[in-house]
Design a protein around this ligand. Structure first.
Ligand code: PPE
Length: 309
């Protein structure tokens, strides 16, 4: 069972390992009321030596600190401390592979919208076993997605690079709408009608062997997105960051999502249009298998991305 004391013994809170059931938030948490919790999502995988290794841990915590900066949250901990904290937490929980969820919350004594000067953030890190985000079959055979009736906001409306909980109301609603409409996941367009991203995933398409992905201006600069761009170029493919329209998706050769949780997941249908021949395409499959080799420490050229636990 995911996310219970049964699969997660300890949560790291401000330097201490608390028991899962003791890691609680007060009902008056400002971060809870106004959607101002800052978070990250990281995965660790088992290496051929049998140890756990976290994928691009430093980059995730660098993004975490950039998200904290947007709210001016202050913490005595730095990137190095949180890297060590994550390693110790995974060890304490005895995970060989897991999902890691750092989250920053501020003091419950703060009432009303106004943030105090330099709010002191509590840093918590939880970990649990999380299987395939879109199910085993979804990753193997591809998923069916629908373009959402909701719009991804423009860069003037939100802080698109900040992983702040309030940004995720839209994601939760878009996912819900997609599921109710019989799809596995949503794709959101921006106010101009260009493809933005999934509720929790970046998107790529392939046309004539060239990879296209929306520029990370008003979308999340995903760490998996960055990894896939590097892997694709290493495999000799050209990647262009440019605007994509809905029509382009319908006639794409291949489409896939990237993200820590979703990893690389092929998309076989958009709005009931079959993509390619309805099977994961050859470039998607090549990137997917190279990505898994990289995260599991099976390729020397990407070992720099791993932090052994
Ligand atoms: N876009 C959004 C909106 C997003 O939330 C994520 C991560 C990404 C792109 C991909 O970013 P990266 O993980 O750095 O490649 N979404 C996280 C939360 C998913 C959830 O259901 O919770 C994740 O994948 O961990």
């Amino acid at each position: 069972m995911a996310g219970t004391a049964a699969d997660s013994q300890y949560v790291w809170v401000n330097g201490k390992h608390l028991r899962y059931t003791e890691a609680n938030v007060h009902v008056l948490s400002h971060s809870l009321h106004y959607g101002c919790a800052v978070f990250e999502g990281i995965r660790a995988y088992q290496t051929p030596e049998g140890n756990a290794a976290a994928f691009r841990l430093r980059e995730h915590f660098e993004r975490f600190f950039n998200s904290l900066k947007v709210l001016d949250y202050h913490t005595p901990f730095g990137v190095e401390d949180l890297i060590e904290a994550t390693r110790s937490l995974i060890r304490a929980n005895n995970f060989k592979q897991c999902y890691v969820r750092p989250i920053a919350l501020i003091d419950d004594a703060v009432r009303g919208l106004e943030l105090p000067k330099e709010p002191k953030a509590s840093i918590c890190i939880a970990a649990w076993y999380w299987g395939k985000y879109m199910g085993d079959e979804g990753q193997q055979k591809g998923i069916r997605v629908g373009v959402s009736s909701l719009r991804w906001p423009s860069a003037s409306t939100t802080m698109p690079w900040a992983k702040v909980s309030g940004n995720y109301l839209l994601s939760v609603l878009a996912r819900r709408e997609a599921i109710l409409n019989g799809y596995d996941e949503a794709i959101l367009l921006d106010p101009e009608g260009y493809v933005a991203e999934g509720p929790g995933e970046n998107i790529f398409m392939v046309k004539n062997k060239i990879l296209l992905t929306p520029p990370a201006t008003h979308v999340m600069p995903g760490i998996t997105r960055d990894s896939i761009i590097r892997i694709a170029r290493d495999l000799g493919y050209s990647v262009r960051e440019e605007n994509i329209i809905r029509n382009e998706l319908y006639v794409a050769d291949e489409i896939f999502f990237t993200g820590t949780a979703v990893e690389v997941t092929p998309i076989r249908e958009v709005d009931h249009y079959t993509i390619g021949n309805g099977q994961p395409g050859p470039i998607t499959c090549a990137l997917l298998s190279r990505y898994f080799e990289a995260v599991r420490g099976e390729r020397p050229e990407y070992l720099e991305w791993l932090t052994e636990v």
